[in-house]
Design a protein around this ligand. Sequence first.
Ligand code: PLP
Length: 451
Amino acid sequence: MSTPSLETDRAHLMHPLHHPSSYATARVWVSGRGAIIMDAAGRDYIDGLSGLWNVNVGHGRAELGDVAKQQMSTLAFHSAYAGGTNEPAIKLAERLSGLVYPSINTFFFTSGGAEASETSFKTARFYWKALGKPDKIKVISRRRAYHGLTLAAMSATGLQAFWPMFEPRTPGFLHIDAPDPYRFTNTDPSISLGVAAANQLDEAIRREGAETVAAFIAEPVQGAGGVIVPPPDYFARIREICSKHGVLLIADEVITGFGRTGRWFGLEHYGIEPDIMQFAKGITSGYVPLGGIGVSDAVRDVINGVPPGKRWMHAYTYSGHPTCCAVALANIDILEREGLPKRAAASGDRLLRGLRTLESTDGVGNVRGLGLMAAVEVVRDKATKQQFPPEAGLTQKLTDALLDRGLYTRVAMDCICLAPPLVTTDAELDRIVNIVGETIPAVLAAQVEHK
Ligand SMILES: Cc1ncc(COP(=O)(O)O)c(C=O)c1O
């Protein structure tokens, strides 16, 4: 449906992952309430991805707007560069230290996730240089990881589709396999799949030389790569390997933070603590842009211990933005007051139970999830797990067909990703399952007809 504003969009706006061909299906989003979003044509959709995995408290929370207005009328912005600070940033850092992993009590704020990735990588290098190990610069991540799209973050991102037209990537970034219980092949029957997948890190560090590796970065549950939930023993082995080799463990909690997985932070499921954690998205539920990193007390002590001339020379204008920090505090109030992490655990169980009833459907290769992060992977052949070829364009067809039935979400490599707001009602969750259950056979039937 063409609207005047869409014409203007075509004339003047470039979008994330931009290509003009995407406008055939473009929608102008105009309003939202809870888990529902509405387009300019007046049609309602369930927001199956909370915007972009971030609107954790749901749409239409006027109180977050009130807090932003209050802070903007008092002090919208001032610099938080060394020597200056502001109350909302101080309060937020203090609040986070009580909320995240016990060993992490010190925070730096950014405007989003990719800036957080850059900050983590630079901090890892800084840490080792400050300790007299200037050659520890490499960063290891996983295939199908998503850590953002600035140049170094893109180089850590393990989704190859993002690379070719922007290469060369930043040197010193390498990848191991994702711990995907559906697709990882464990050739050693004496160890579990989780340990086998983690051992690839051990091999990579030995191959590169521990004296050259600064950090390993991992999302507790890989999101944009298709919601990959590692086996329960994966991260304990990862922690052991990082500690043994002197490699910092960076947890990218940009999606998994702030209740998404049914706990406040994703690695709580795995019983380990990272050296650096990064967050964004859910910290403000997307109402204003904010991200950041938290560092362990050990990392903080090294940063604080260098002489002033060797200071941590990293900065963003909007670090510690008072308005964004004030909104984050109010957003965390809502998450706490309404018990949303716990609700995500219960709602996630319901969603996953519902999606698992689709496992016998033709084309449904795998159903997986943790809390309110889930995916249904669509395959051409369930026995061999073979996917449809890219020319089949299944990802776009599934996305469009879900939208036609009133469900907004993203499909990654034929995995239908689902991460609705933590306030999604049981009826809405059941509707998501019904729509996914109707859509897959309909799209696959049309696929056969066109051959
Ligand atoms: C795990 C993870 N890290 C980093 C990012 C990058 O965040 P941003 O798009 O705010 O730069 C994302 C975005 O989806 C993400 O999912």
